[in-house]
Design a protein around this ligand. Structure first.
Ligand code: ZN
Length: 297
């Protein structure tokens, strides 16, 4: 098993096909630990995080540009949201991490049963200061991979195939996570499209390949029969940009009255503030909160 997370780019058929493949076992493992997700929620969160990374690799040109994938399917998990940036960093959260997958289908976790099938998938791109783009599609399967492919075809007019999977051990640990995105660009012949589709249709599930030790390049090999041009690759990792300074700014925006009320009501030597994206905890004493407010005046 390879324990290095990275994403690789490639092109095939004279650049009329773009492809991306990744290993994200450590990234999804860290999401699982930070949010203490149960297996069904781990799979939903992990697939969404990898989807954000793949779409980010395909659609973000600058390292600081960011892309969020939000899934609201009406299922017990509530909302799933993941944000990736142009340098391969991702974070995410779910409303209810402690949900059980209703059943296991063909040895795979029933992700749709956790996510639900009656809602929406939205992608928001933040490209610089004012340039924000959002696209929303109806959820097709609730399995997330197919839903992302539907979004790309419908909202970005790029026929795409997305295969992403998370393998969770009985004790809840993430053993394998990874997948691919293949995008068909204009100019392809029907036979060429059919051949790629046929190869993808017979490809083993991504987690099976990763557990067998197949690299991201190896996944692309199987999709293109070895006939592709490898592009750049870069590491991917979990990262949350939250900091004590950001929460100080939040305290300032609460205002004097609200801060007084919190101090009064909690009667604690320190107030705990939790970042919902990474579960990092920050502590502020009443004196510190008053000093932060005084410094902001
Ligand atoms: Zn955070």
């Amino acid at each position: 098993m390879i324990h290095t997370d990275y994403l690789v780019r490639a092109t095939a058929l004279d650049e009329r096909v773009r492809a991306f493949a990744l290993h994200a076992t450590d990234v999804v493992g860290e999401l699982q630990r930070r949010h203490d997700t149960y297996p069904g929620a781990t799979a939903a969160l992990g697939r969404t995080a990898m989807g954000a990374l793949l779409l980010g690799a395909a659609g973000l040109k600058e390292p600081e540009h960011a892309l969020s994938v939000e899934v609201r399917g009406g299922g017990p998990i509530g909302r799933v949201i993941c944000t990736a940036n142009g340098s391969g960093e991702v974070r995410g959260l779910v409303s209810n991490p402690h949900v059980h997958a209703p059943s296991i289908r063909e040895g795979k976790l029933n992700v749709a049963g956790v996510v639900g099938t009656g809602g929406y998938l939205s992608v928001t791109k933040s490209l610089g200061l004012r340039d924000t783009y959002q696209g929303t599609v109806e959820l097709q399967s609730g399995e997330i991979g197919d839903d992302l492919a539907f979004y790309l075809a419908r909202s970005e007019q790029t026929p795409s195939a997305v295969g992403i999977g998370v393998f969770v051990m009985p004790d809840g640990r993430v053993e394998a996570a990874g997948g691919f995105l293949v995008q068909l660009l204009p100019g392809l012949e029907d036979e060429e499209i059919q051949e790629i589709e046929a190869r993808i249709a017979t490809l083993p599930h991504p987690t099976k390949l990763i557990r067998e030790g197949v690299t991201p390049e190896g996944i692309l090999d199987q999709i293109f029969g070895g006939e592709y041009t490898l592009g750049s690759s870069h590491p991917i990792r979990f990262h949350c940009p939250c900091s004590r300074e950001r929460f100080e700014a939040a305290i300032v925006s609460l205002g004097q009255e609200e801060v007084n009320r919190i101090i009064e009501e909690e009667q604690e030597p320190r107030t705990e503030v939790v970042c919902h994206f990474c579960n990092e905890k920050y502590y502020f004493s009443p004196t510190e909160m008053q000093e932060i407010l005084a410094a902001a005046r």
